[in-house]
Write a protein that binds this ligand. Sequence first.
Ligand SMILES: [Zn+2]
Length: 302
Amino acid sequence: MEDQYIWSVTSKGHFSVASTYSISLKGLLHQSQSKWLKIWHLPTIPKIQHLLWKTIHNKLPLPDLLLNRGLNISSRCNLCDEPRQSTEHLFMKCPLIVPIWNQVGITHLLGNNNFITVLESIITSLNTANRDSILYTALVYSILWYVWVGYWDHTFRHEPFIANRILLRAITVAKETLQHFKVRIHHPTRFISWSRPSSPFLKFNIDSASRGNPGEAGIGGVCCDSQARFICAFFEGVGWNSALVAEALAARRALSIARNLNLRHVIIESDNLLLINLLNGQIAEAPWRIAAIVSDCRSISF
Ligand SMILES: [Zn+2]
């Protein structure tokens, strides 16, 4: 293939103003907020995500913030009469809140840490494939939400702030979250089968895997004949690559092995429909990242 200019942001490699805007926007977000963007993917309801987002950006309209903005209001905590109400006091240090954290056994996290650090450690430790981890984080977020609601119900409606009631509400929401995610955690078993190629064909089953997309990637393949007899196999690391590139590299490796062993009538089987359609010629223009590899595959196989 001849060298050509490629605009690497788009799959076809063509320049567009929209792609430039998109990538610059991502860059800005990445610089300022990337570690907090995960809040929007947390296993919880949107109103709690908004509360967390405002909390970590210090945007909750509590007396501490409102006084700094020049509002003439009382600075006291309406629950315990502490002289300065702040996010850290309301969610961590208020004597009416501490018993809630004690009851759920996570006082150690609160220790001497700053509240944002505590939130960050909870968010980053979440494992969405683990039932206990989801329940734990859902409970923490739900407690924060009901403390927030309870504080304002007490302030404006003079409703008593009862720690046990807050905790019971939070547990209910946390359990609902768990039920919701249970569905996603449990992946139903799918049965797949391998079909023999008809003689005189051989079948090369190829696959690839990467830690992330892109990420450290590996490829492999097994070739069998129409009697399901083993002919040959390969596996190797292919460095830092996207899933699509790795799959294309697996196809090229399989075809080159078949050529070197003088194997004819070889079928390549892959779970990547785009790659198969490209190799079959049903799609003519390959994404630029794999264009050269697809071109190699075509020249080997014909
Ligand atoms: Zn207080």
